[in-house]
Design a protein around this ligand. Structure first.
Ligand code: GLU
Length: 442
């Protein structure tokens, strides 16, 4: 037993990937356990033999680990407790709280009111009379969910059941089983459902629902946990960003969980991810983009470590995913990946002459800057001097250079960009862009 004695569990069925809703439930349990100095246990509810697989279990464990959660003790596999479930059912049968019908064991629902103080929904009550008797052991002697979950929660010494509010109507059945067994029930806290922006229950129609998909799309685990825990929980102040799990544990309490459903807002998650990327060190980001750089762009990050790091530092505040960091780094390392975006095309269409004039002047002018002088401050001064001499606004010089070097109109400051790309490569790109013609759009 731990000092607080708090024991919670996450009890996924290994019949699919780790859903973001499941991950959020796991996170609330984990945070509560860590906050109270208790234990967070995992129970794999693998009673559906047809659909449960080891691969799915592994995907769930990997997802939890990726999100920064650890668990205490051994994994519990529900399927291994079959005999125990049968014994408990027989015991209930003997005490008259259940009866046989068609070879199945049926639980006799009591008529009384079944109520509890929910950690989230406050007083919740159901009339036992309104709930029909139900099967606890099927004719093949396998237990049903509402029965095995109680048996396992008792066996595991669970003190708080924190789970989705879709289970609210299961709780009176489970309470009745606790009563029949003469065991004090744990505390219950039901967390609100997660909806899509249209107010409907979150599903694939709204986008990715698997934690693994977000991982593959270039989201950082820190941003993901931060985002997930704000789905239905609020710290009671305006704080939204938590840069590590310790901060989250510190801020968390069950009191902050809200009754109303939460909205999965991908724009917010993406923004949050950008915040995390901006604050990540190259040493943290490089390992996360290495394989994308190698596979998609044929760039060996280890062989070009200094160059990659410099580029990462320059682009991390303007990227929303690690995949986009990798793309921006690739563009800076290799001109082959320049793709002109719509705004760049527009500029070429509208003022090809001005574009070329600026680049011609810039090429001549920048050629004069020495290798040693190819530094952020020197280039800043140099570009300003050029704009002044040509009597052009700074933007009229900067934007063509930016487009020539990246293909787009948004990047780090141009002087910084020139340093990241390097003198020779920058000049090559500027000269190459002198030959660009606007793409004729259809
Ligand atoms: N396997 C159940 C689920 O995934 C567990 C529910 C519970 O926590 O009791 O919904």
């Amino acid at each position: 037993m731990t000092k607080s004695g708090t024991r919670v569990r996450f009890a996924p069925s290994p019949t699919g990937f780790l859903h973001v809703g499941g991950a959020r439930t796991a996170l609330f349990n984990w945070l509560f356990a860590r906050k109270t100095g208790g234990e967070f246990l995992l129970r794999i509810e693998d009673t559906d033999r047809q659909r449960s697989t080891d691969e799915h279990t592994q995907v769930i464990l990997d997802g939890l680990t990726w999100l920064g959660m650890d668990w205490d003790g051994e994994l519990v596999f529900q399927g291994a407790n079959l005999e125990r479930h049968q014994q408990w059912a027989d015991q209930i049968l003997e005490t008259g709280h259940a009866y046989m019908n068609d070879d199945a064991v049926w639980f006799r629902m009591p008529d009384e009111t079944l109520a509890w103080e929910d950690d989230v929904y406050e007083t919740v009550s159901f009339e036992g009379k309104g709930i029909k008797d139900w099967v606890i052991l099927r004719s093949d002697r396998t237990p049903t969910y509402n029965f095995s979950v109680v048996a396992d929660d008792i066996d595991m010494g669970i003190t708080h059941v924190i789970r989705g509010s879709d289970h609210l109507s299961n709780t009176p059945k489970q309470l009745a089983v606790y009563q029949a067994l003469g065991v004090d029930p744990p505390a219950f806290g039901h967390v609100p459902m997660i909806h899509g922006p249209d107010g409907k229950k979150l599903s694939k129609r709204h986008g990715a629902t698997a934690v693994g998909d977000y991982r593959r799309q270039g989201f950082l685990p820190g941003a993901m946990t931060n985002f997930l825990c704000l789905l239905g929980w609020s710290p009671g102040n305006d704080r939204e960003l938590y840069f590590n799990m310790d901060e989250l544990v510190e801020a968390f309490s069950l009191d902050g969980i809200q009754k109303k459903s939460a909205v999965f807002d991908l724009t917010k998650l993406t923004w949050m991810n950008g915040q995390y990327l901006s604050r990540s060190l190259p040493a943290e980001l490089v390992p996360l983009i290495e394989s994308e750089l190698a596979e998609k762009y044929g760039i060996d990050a280890a062989a070009r470590a200094a160059h990659v790091e410099r580029a990462v530092l320059a682009v991390r505040t303007r990227a929303r995913t690690t995949l986009n960091v990798a793309y921006q780094v690739a563009v800076r390392l290799d001109a082959a990946f320049i793709e002109r975006d719509e705004k760049a095309e527009k500029m070429l269409r509208q003022d090809l002459e001005g574009f070329r004039h600026a680049l011609e002047q810039a090429a001549r002018h920048l050629e004069q800057v020495s290798e040693e002088g190819w530094q952020v401050e020197e280039l800043d001064a140099s570009l300003r001097a050029l704009a002044e001499r040509l009597e052009l606004g700074l933007g009229k010089i900067m934007q063509p250079i930016r487009i020539a070097i990246t293909g787009g109109t948004v990047s780090e400051a141009v002087n910084e960009l020139l340093v990241v790309v390097g003198k020779d490569a920058s000049l090559r790109r500027i000269r190459a862009a002198l030959e660009w013609e606007p793409t004729v759009s259809g």
